[in-house]
Design a protein around this ligand. Sequence first.
Ligand SMILES: Cc1ncc(COP(=O)(O)O)c(C=O)c1O
Length: 399
Amino acid sequence: MNISRRLNQVPASPIRKLVPLADAAKKRGTHVIHLNIGDPDIETPRVMTDRLRQWQGGIPYAHSQGDAELIAALLKYYRGLGADYLKAENIQVTVGGSEALTMAMAAVADPGEEILVFEPFFPSYHSLAVVQGLKVVPVTTSIADGFHLPKLEQFEALVTPKTRAILLTNPNNPTGTVYRREEVDGLVELVRRKGLFLLADEVYREIVFDGQPSTSLLSYLKVEPDRLVILDSLSKRYSAPGLRLGMMVSLNQDLMAGGLRIAMARLSAGYIDQKAAAGLSQVSQADLAAVRDEHQRRRDVVFAGLKSIKGVTIHQPEGAFYCVVGLPVAEAERFCAWLLSDFSYHGATVMLAPMAGFYLTPGLGKQEVRWAYVVGETKLKQAIEIIGKALATYPESRY
Ligand SMILES: Cc1ncc(COP(=O)(O)O)c(C=O)c1O
């Protein structure tokens, strides 16, 4: 029996596809340091875990739009960032940022239509678009420019009558790039001029380093209310990816009403998850800044350590908790698999995500990996040492 053509086009995630090799390594007794997935070992705020532990109520469906207590907490959070114009009707609670992405794509484009995305990009974008019969059109950014946006005139030509939206990830996964205000200004101007939507995935909003400002679409929603949509998540901000909660935020009333109809069809996000998450009303910007500082310390360890390994190239991340690392190997995916199947140093190895799956343009990213610095300094130093030894041992190394 044939499955659909669309389903056949959905690739396996480069972040997760080597999991069977990691499981086999663990069965052999090798300790695997997981730097493949964006799940930092930072503690979830106690107010949330306490709420979970102490939950005494039932487990009903929640409202399709989201639990009122959580929406009130989210409004408080967004207003704390200056978005005092937001109302409950501008927030749709979703099952992770992932569902916010699916919902926004469905809300802005019909099958056969296109969404421009800057590559390399979070691989789910392509998979979620394919499932809906949409096409992601990549706009390639380059490590030489710190993965910042190309000049508008360089990619405007990619806007066709089928283009419906531009999707920006700010701060970026996998590059760690934080886009400057001029870049966001340019995109807002472009979507206005071309009649498009701008979707901003801001799940890493607070994780911006070196005192740089972060440019959220929250400060643009009022000036372009119909075209702008924010995709958000509690996973990274509160180290709570298992709660599976995110948000779609927009002032476009038709889009929000449509999103709610989709939400009604999937009934609700988890009720207890939302009750636990509502504790975020007690998490301050100062608490989030402390988490950001920890990510920045980790970034510094990784950048200094990897830079000193022969043949390795690395671009200094400006935010989030990932970096793109160029390796002196022909096929980074083969190297990542070899690390898990054939290598260990003092009983441990490292799991990384090969970057080719973060690009749509064939041939790009083959010699790169994404390094998620999601463990503490000691473990990161151990991982850096392991990679140094591995590259010196790997039969296909190209020093
Ligand atoms: C850029 C980006 N957007 C969205 C997500 C989705 O996260 P979640 O569904 O856990 O909210 C991720 C997860 O890694 C991400 O990196």
